[in-house]
Design a protein around this ligand. Structure first.
Ligand code: ARG
Length: 485
């Protein structure tokens, strides 16, 4: 059989059509050049379907064996780059099925019994995304571990905590890092939740209404690992919904967007901290770029790009929501447009998580046997900055409260003290005792303990607070949590 005859014969609808599809329409409707990345899921889905058809007596053992062997050959061809992907065959599903039929004849044509590309593609995308979710989970753990490591090394390092980007109160740099660990741990929870709904089998819904063959859908679900945590098979329960539901793609992209937003916030801080005006950190040369005109420049391109790519992922979320909003039940060709945004979201998120895990946690240096992160903390610069903005003013107010003043009065009293310190261009801790006593007579020598940055930090020894004591407890909690993941 020539390739041409073969192609014609394999167009399931061709007998009905009096003229061939125009080249422009072919190109417009084809998806093979992006959906071919679903090939592994497509083969896995087909093998599970064939096994079940055979078990149910719908397909002979001989045909089942031929399908297995043919798929093995196709797998090898794809892996070695020898598979001839054809635009004429529209998508990954028809390309693989056509090649199978070319290899094994009629048995290949029997594979599609009780199945439609509508339930096939929905299954493939879910299987593919499920595996990607597992890879993303690992990357999120790596990033959290890297942040925890940096937190542990910097529990005692003090930086100014900001509100409104104005110096507010001193905080531990370790505490600051752990704030991001909280965000990424919520991202991991959200993605685990998305995985549960993704890992559910549409196959068996056929085109939209189910099929007249006695399929065992639960058997297929089990063989594809589409089971819940108790091993109970998870099968989409309404055929119309099964072929048209893309909630899992939207949920994933929403969770990915939020994760990117967290990375973007962190990026913004890294960019600020690296600027000369802050000088809090240095990012190693391998993560920065120079300027083609200004020889002195080192630019934080990685965090900047991550911040920029967040817009792109959020855009994909909007794209997918808009894709679905006007679609009647059940499958519509619109759904083919789910793939590129989904693929790009996965690629962007994975690359970004990987590069951040490496930037924060570092790679193993074979020469030293140590992991070298790309971020160096300048503890002196952070502490100097914390001393600048009257970051311990609240501590002075708290001190006066302990002496019996109502908080609002203490707040007012301290405002006067800050005003005086600003006028003399000194820190609160540099005002002589006599001057401080001028603001309130109850102030004694011990006031200087709470006016120091360290005193302020240690005082916040409450659950979730920035006292080094609490930060260490949190590090231990996170380590235990991640050991169980
Ligand atoms: N390439 C299609 C997609 O991605 C496969 C399903 C096509 N189904 C159909 N009835 N045209 O959605």
């Amino acid at each position: 059989m020539t390739q041409n005859q073969f192609d014609k014969k394999n167009q399931a609808w061709s007998a009905l059509f009096s003229e061939p599809m125009s080249d422009l329409v072919k190109r417009y409707t084809a998806s093979v050049f992006f959906d071919k990345r679903l090939w592994q899921a497509d083969i896995a889905g087909s093998l599970a379907h064939a096994e079940m058809l055979c078990h149910q007596g719908i397909l002979s053992a001989q045909d089942h064996a031929s399908i297995g062997a043919g798929m093995q050959r196709i797998r090898e061809e794809i892996e070695s780059g020898q598979f001839d992907w054809q635009l004429d065959l529209e998508d990954v599903h028809l390309n693989i099925e056509a090649r199978l039929t070319q290899l094994i004849g009629d048995a290949g044509k029997r594979l599609h019994t009780g199945r439609s590309r509508n339930d096939q593609v929905a299954t493939d995308v879910r299987l593919w995304l499920r595996d990607e979710l597992d890879a993303i989970r690992v990357l999120l753990v790596e990033l959290q571990c890297a942040l925890i490591e940096v937190a542990e090394q910097n529990v005692e390092v003090i930086l100014p905590g900001f509100t409104h980007l104005q110096v507010a109160q001193p905080v531990s740099f370790g505490h600051h890092m752990l704030a991001y660990v909280e965000m990424f741990s919520r991202d991991a929870q959200r993605l685990a939740d998305v995985r549960r709904r993704t890992n559910c089998l549409p196959l068996g819904a056929a085109a939209l209404a189910g099929t007249s063959y006695p399929l065992d859908r639960e058997r297929v679900a089990i063989s594809l690992g589409m089971v819940d945590e108790h091993g109970v098979p998870c099968v989409c329960q309404n055929s119309l919904d099964a072929v048209s539901d893309r909630d899992f793609a939207i949920e994933f992209t929403a969770a990915a967007s939020l994760c990117m937003v967290h990375i973007s916030r962190m990026s913004e801080e890294l960019i600020l901290w690296m600027s000369q005006n802050f000088g809090f950190i240095k990012i190693a040369d391998r993560f920065t770029t120079g300027s083609s005109i200004m020889p002195q420049k080192k630019n934080p391109d990685v965090p900047e790009l991550a911040r920029g790519k967040t817009g792109r992922v959020v855009g994909h979320l909007m794209g997918l929501l808009t894709l679905m909003k006007g679609q009647p039940l059940a499958y519509n060709k619109d759904n083919q447009e789910d793939k590129e945004p989904l693929f790009d979201t996965v690629d962007t998120l994975k690359d970004t998580l990987r590069i951040f895990a490496e930037m924060v946690g570092g790679q193993l240096n074979p020469a030293t046997g140590l992991k070298e992160g790309a971020i160096t903390v300048n503890a002196q610069a952070m502490e100097r900055a914390a001393l600048k903005g009257y970051a311990t003013a609240t501590d002075l107010a708290d001190y006066l409260v302990k002496k019996g003043l109502p908080f609002r009065d203490a707040h007012e009293t301290v405002a006067h003290a800050v005003k005086a310190a600003v006028a003399h261009q000194v820190d609160l801790s540099e005002l002589p005792l006599a001057v401080l006593q001028g603001f309130h007579a109850s102030i004694e020598q011990d006031v200087y303990d709470c006016l120091s940055l360290r005193g302020s930090l240690n005082a916040r020894d409450v659950l979730g607070g920035t006292a080094p004591n609490q930060v260490r407890l949190q590090i231990a909690r996170h380590r235990q949590r991640l050991a169980g993941v």
